[in-house]
Write a protein that binds this ligand. Structure first.
Ligand code: ZN
Length: 228
């Protein structure tokens, strides 16, 4: 697993949600010379408006391709993002870090990374980029370095490419960055964050609620980056 981005000129698969973090990851991968193929997931999320943002971001940042894969995680439910469970509002950063929140989607990154892995194998890409971040107070177990390292090992055991000696590398360049550091990197790379959507619970017109953990962390990040 790599948390820094080295120069390359080959295909990569980028997990793109339409949010701030994954837009920054796409910009970093492009800067490093990768030919970027984006993958997004229509997983029954209440903030489905993020998929429109993902389309805009992929186009604006010069992605070579973009697929949106339907995955009905709302059939399983079990999360405030995919079931009729209230999204927490108005929480402090300390409160957010106290436990794994109800916005955790069971096994989401394992499902998403598995599909990204399949897409990479089909494309002949050996590099997969994810905007996982271990410092954003979320406490999501599938955003930790140990998890990502384990998934990379799994990827190389589970695939024809891996077994035949052409291993995959999982890149998580934001893993140890603060939200403010991520935003500064994105601004350096001229990411237009007005195109991105972070809110877990937008209204029917797609307007951010301003109160969910994701909105609070986004605003805190812009403030700390000096652009809020
Ligand atoms: Zn919100």
């Amino acid at each position: 697993m790599q948390t820094t981005v080295q120069k390359a000129s080959r295909k990569a698969v980028i997990l793109l949600s339409g949010g701030l973090d994954s837009a920054t990851v796409l910009a970093l991968a492009r800067e490093a010379g990768y030919v970027c193929h984006c993958i997004s997931f229509d997983y029954g999320q209440r903030h489905r408006v993020e998929l429109e943002a993902a389309r805009r971001v992929a186009s604006a940042l010069g992605a070579a391709g973009h697929v949106i894969v339907p995955v009905g995680l709302d059939v399983l439910g079990g999360s405030a993002l995919t079931a009729d469970i209230a999204v927490p509002k108005g929480r402090s950063a300390a409160r957010m870090g106290a436990d794994i929140p109800v916005t955790y989607v069971p096994a989401r990154n394992t499902v998403f990374l598995s599909l990204a892995l399949g897409y990479a194998e089909v494309l002949g890409a050996r590099d997969i980029f994810i905007g996982a971040n271990a410092l954003d107070y979320s406490g999501y177990p599938d955003c930790r370095a140990e998890y990502l390292e384990a998934f990379e090992r799994l990827a190389n055991l589970a695939t024809k490419a891996g077994v035949e000696g052409s291993p995959f590398t999982l890149h998580a360049p934001l893993l140890r960055m603060s939200k403010a550091e991520i935003i500064k990197e994105g601004l350096r790379l001229r990411v237009d964050y007005s195109m991105t959507r972070s809110c877990y619970d937008p209204d029917e017109q797609g307007h951010a609620c301003g109160q969910c953990d994701s909105c609070v962390l986004r605003q805190k990040g812009f403030t700390e980056a000096g652009v809020g």
